[in-house]
Ligand binder design. Structure first.
Ligand code: ADP
Ligand code: TRP
Length: 321
């Protein structure tokens, strides 16, 4: 049973990335083999600053390790360290109908927002399929926004197997319903591209200010709030506080008497404490970057060993060899 997922180094990671992708991925380490990579080729579809890509790539590696990725058990590598993925993407692209890519939500959303699309952005789901299929992946933990990409990956794998004979493993998405969409500070989906994030790691003062700045309505503290379950701070608190604590805050808000300021203060404290051990680990790792680079090098080697075998099967099946 192999679990694989990737995160783009296109910015600083936030708690949506953590709950949607990283935490399920870290928990999966106790259930089988885990392959996790930093999707630097993918980041090229939106980020054009080389220094920033380098910095973010290292930052994502630190985030993974600080949050509990154990390099003794799991494989962590940088996507571009196994460039064979680009060869598989080409091969899969020849089996991918244009119509399938034209229907991709993430592509349509981005072009609708006025981003002028390049070929890489259009072909993104094919590279993502290659990322997954190159490693005989069984399960892919992702947030709900990636569901369609996973369906496309399955379609492409099935098409390859029908065309050239049973070669590729058809993977399953692992989408946790309770955590599928973490809301951002404005109530929309939390996303780097919407500027509504709470970073996993960052400056205490800045983060306190962002959380205390969440906009609420103008009802006075004493007024009962029958819609307490939908309050954004309550929803976020549920991610960080034990269930009974979060429920207690929700009940007090519903009954009236709890001010929004106190609720947000509690949210900040629980958020900050959730990551305190990881924050300390991250600082230690940042002071020993040689170790982090060694983890990535070793990961690339172990990833390549699997990729070579799968690619050899693909080449043979398709008549390239
Ligand atoms: P962003 O939208 O911030 O650019 P990415 O697209 O890089 O995030 O997502 C990386 C991983 O984190 C993906 O598996 C994605 O599904 C997950 N993810 C991102 N935002 C959220 C969110 N708000 N809730 C749950 N999962 C999320
Ligand atoms: N598309 C994913 C995202 O934007 C990142 C990604 C690239 C990925 N390749 C992957 C996720 C393979 C899972 C498996 O979040």
């Amino acid at each position: 049973m192999r679990t694989l997922t990737g995160i783009q180094p296109s910015g600083t990671l936030h708690i949506g990335n953590y709950f949607g992708a990283m935490r399920p991925a870290i928990e999966a380490q106790s259930r089988g083999e885990c392959f996790y990579f930093i999707a630097d080729y993918h980041s090229m579809t939106s980020l054009l600053d080389p220094e920033e890509r380098r910095r973010n790539t290292l930052g994502v590696a630190l985030d993974w390790l600080a949050c509990g990725l154990d390099p003794a058990r799991s494989v962590l590598w940088r996507q571009s360290d196994v460039p064979e993925v680009a060869e598989l993407a080409w091969i899969l692209g020849t089996l991918t109908p244009m119509g399938l890519l034209e229907r991709a939500h993430s592509y349509k959303d981005k072009t609708a927002k006025g981003i002028s699309p390049n070929f890489g952005l259009f072909a993104y789901p094919v590279l993502m399929a290659a990322d997954i299929l190159l490693y005989d992946t069984n399960r892919v933990p992702v947030g709900r926004d990636q569901k369609q990409h996973l369906e496309m990956t399955r379609d492409i794998a099935i098409k390859f197997n029908l065309t050239y004979g049973e070669t590729l493993v058809v993977p399953e998405a692992e989408i946790r319903d309770d955590l599928a969409v973490v809301p951002g500070l404005d109530g929309q989906k939390m996303s780097k591209s919407y500027g509504n994030t709470i970073d996993i790691f960052g400056d205490e003062k800045v983060l306190r200010k962002r959380i205390m700045g969440i906009v609420m309505d103008s009802r006075p503290p004493a007024e009962p709030k029958p819609d307490a379950d939908r309050n954004l701070a309550v929803q976020l608190l549920r991610l960080f506080a034990p269930a009974d604590v979060a429920r207690d805050f929700e009940d007090r808000l519903r009954a009236g008497g709890l001010g929004y300021g106190d609720l947000k203060k509690a949210l900040f404290e629980h958020y900050w404490n959730t990551f305190s051990a990881a924050r300390a680990r991250r600082a230690e790792l940042a002071a020993n970057l040689d170790h982090v680079h060694a983890v990535l090098r070793d990961g690339a080697e172990r990833a390549r060993a699997v990729a070579d075998g799968v690619l050899a099967r693909v080449r043979r099946a398709s008549g390239l060899r």
